[in-house]
Design a protein around this ligand. Structure first.
Ligand SMILES: [Zn+2]
Length: 254
């Protein structure tokens, strides 16, 4: 019924977006109002690698109005095994630019702002200030901690994902109500891990990150606030780890 209403030629003539997004507009939880909300939304994606490729695709397909992409690296051949937004012809190109090129082919109507830069303590606030929500997909702990610190300070929601070998995890930092990344991972601050990555794990975790970002923007459903989803591809299992604010956390102060 609503689909017919949404797809009536009169409405489609007035707004071609109704046709493009009809399958999500007919969802009661989204509707035209939700679609307009997504169109007005600004998301900063940090990291255009394995996770970021997936997040970027789903946010672009869903009609996010403004998508900023920060990544300091260039596309290398060894990235193509899992970083599916990049292509052979873009080897040698900054990942932020390569991602923009890929996304524009999918959705030319949205605004994509590439930043071939590294998130640091000195520049993070300049980057996040214009955005409603941040999705963290970097390949290192340091960037995740910098994003956590700045999002807690500014009260911006942060969707964190990480993958390693056959496992990945994802959760949301919604401050001041929920615990932050530092509440959970304080002792891992200086740890570096870059081993192998089983490509589909990035797909699974990235898709959950995209779902969380869209849900938070639309304010629908239950968020991964104080709940971390851990995916293990070898066991083919999901488990949920609940965690509370750490009263000793020096970022969100418990
Ligand atoms: Zn904390």
């Amino acid at each position: 019924m609503l689909l017919e209403k949404v797809c009536s030629s009169e409405l489609k003539d007035r707004n071609p977006e109704l046709l493009r997004y009809q399958r999500q507009i007919i969802l009661n939880e989204i509707g035209i109002e939700g679609q307009i909300r997504l169109r007005k939304s600004k998301v900063l994606l940090v990291g255009a690698g394995g996770l970021g490729s997936i997040v970027a695709y789903y946010l672009a397909c869903s009609g996010i109005g403004y998508l900023g992409i920060v990544d300091p690296d260039i596309v290398e051949e060894s990235n193509l095994q899992r970083q599916i937004i990049h292509t052979e012809e873009n080897i040698g190109m900054p990942k932020a630019i390569s991602a923009m090129i890929g996304l524009k082919k999918i959705n030319s109507k949205i605004n994509i702002l590439p930043y071939p830069d590294e998130i640091k303590k000195e520049n993070v606030f300049q980057y996040i200030e214009d955005y409603d929500l941040v999705v963290a997909c970097p390949d290192n702990f340091n960037s995740r901690f910098i994003l956590n610190d700045s999002c807690v300070k500014t009260g911006k929601p942060l969707v964190v994902g990480a993958v390693n070998e056959f496992e990945g995890h994802v959760f949301d930092v919604i401050s001041p109500e929920g615990p932050c990344y530092n509440c959970l991972f304080e002792e891992a601050r200086d740890e570096k891990l870059t081993r192998g990555i089983f490509a589909p794990v990035a797909g699974v975790i990235g898709a959950i990150q995209a779902a969380e970002a869209l849900k938070i923007l639309l304010n629908i459903g239950n968020f991964l606030k104080g709940r971390m989803i851990v995916y293990d591809a070898l066991k083919e299992s999901f488990r949920e780890v609940k965690f509370l604010k750490n009263p000793a956390c020096n970022v969100c102060k418990g």
